[in-house]
Design a protein around this ligand. Structure first.
Ligand SMILES: *Cc1c(COP(=O)(O)O)cnc(C)c1O
Length: 352
């Protein structure tokens, strides 16, 4: 345990928050507004700006992407013994909420172009589970390390089988497909503003959707499942998953700088590409896709993992905690893990 902890902390952090554009008066002002009971107005400003940025009808500010994904499952009424499809090559937080709901993850491996969920394996998984009498209740897709998944093919499959998509766009703010923000293609999209994301409140998240009923359910479960009555009335188990107005304002103040942040990350990606292209394979952008290049990851063509680097995600179907899950694929993500490295985003190296 201790050995692992010291190993990871001795590595350069992958991505740190950048609060440089925020002025002291802006922080004081939000604290004063909270004292005056204006927290709700601050949250509404956040919602308004985020909806505009993502070009979407509804936004619910939440405490994290993990809670946002949990709320997405609650809003879609995923429960005990249901099955939910999820990429195996992702951060565990994409799939933990499936377990919170006592549902079963069905892990699907990646295609080698974008490193995201393979449409081919996805369709195999759906067909196979339908044959077993267990049609999946939802499909979680992830835009890994900011790189959009093959959205057109995934949507076609999901529409054909009539299964809702939840987009874990936690690290993909500013990444687009056909010039539209990823996270707006599925029924629900989820973003993170945790410490290492491209825009950060230290913690935080948001859930977006164009479906009014879904947005209302997400808001309801995020705020202790309080019925709309004059007194406290609860018909369901609720959660305390709302976003603090203080964090909402810290996040909102950074939104206008998103484009500049993406330029820096893409610039650094290009430099890494120049440095390593002869010995490694990088994530490709699919047709009509644009990645924010949140983090650069690559896979050495032959060299084993060098210990001075960060690992990429260890596939979830190989994790002890997900032992009882199903898996469709050909171990592509195991190869990513064995040969892959994640490179730090070094803000100060860019010479802005
Ligand atoms: C960061 C991240 C999460 C978790 O976000 P939190 O806000 O920390 O809960 C989930 N999924 C992916 C793909 C992430 O990168």
């Amino acid at each position: 345990m201790n050995k692992t902890a010291s190993l990871t902390t001795s590595l350069q952090p992958l991505s740190l928050p950048d609060f440089s554009g925020i002025e002291a008066e802006q922080l004081i002002s939000v604290l004063r507004k909270c004292e005056l009971g204006e927290g709700e107005d601050i949250l509404q400003n956040f919602e308004k700006d985020f909806k505009k940025l993502a070009n979407v009808n509804y936004c619910v500010p939440v405490s994290s992407a993990t809670s946002g994904l949990h709320l997405a499952l609650l809003a879609l009424e995923v429960g005990e013994n249901d099955e939910v499809i999820c990429p195996t090559f992702t951060f565990a937080a994409s799939a933990f909420p499936i377990l919170y709901q006592k549902a079963t993850p069905v892990f699907v491996d990646s295609e080698k172009d974008t490193w995201n969920i393979s449409p081919e394996y996805l369709e195999k998984a759906i067909k196979s589970r339908i044959l077993a009498g267990k049609k999946p209740r939802a499909i979680i897709i992830v835009h890994s390390y900011g790189n959009p998944a093959k959205i057109a093919s995934l949507l076609e499959i999901a529409n054909h089988y009539q299964i809702p998509i939840i987009e874990d766009a936690a690290n993909a703010l500013g990444s687009t497909y056909n010039n539209l923000q990823v996270g707006t293609f599925g029924t629900i999209g989820v973003f993170s503003f945790n410490r290492n994301k491209i825009i950060s409140g230290g913690a935080g998240g948001s859930v977006i959707t164009n479906n009014k009923v879904i947005s209302e359910k997400v808001r309801y479960f995020a705020h202790q499942a309080k019925s709309n009555l004059a007194y406290y009335h609860h018909e369901n188990i609720g959660y305390n998953y709302g976003l603090s107005p203080i964090l909402a304002e810290i996040i909102r103040l950074q939104l206008p700088t998103l484009e500049k942040r993406i330029l820096l990350r893409r610039y650094q990606f290009d430099n890494y590409l120049k440095g390593y292209h002869s010995e490694a394979t990088f994530q490709n952008e699919a047709n009509n896709s644009f990645s924010n290049r949140w983090l650069t990851v690559f896979k050495y063509n032959s060299k084993p993992f060098p210990p001075e680097y960060h690992h990429v995600w260890k596939p979830l179907h190989t994790q002890p905690v997900f032992e009882k899950s199903l898996y469709f694929g050909n171990q592509e993500s195991v190869e990513f893990f064995n040969l892959g490295v994640a490179l730090p985003f070094l803000r100060n190296n860019i010479g802005q």
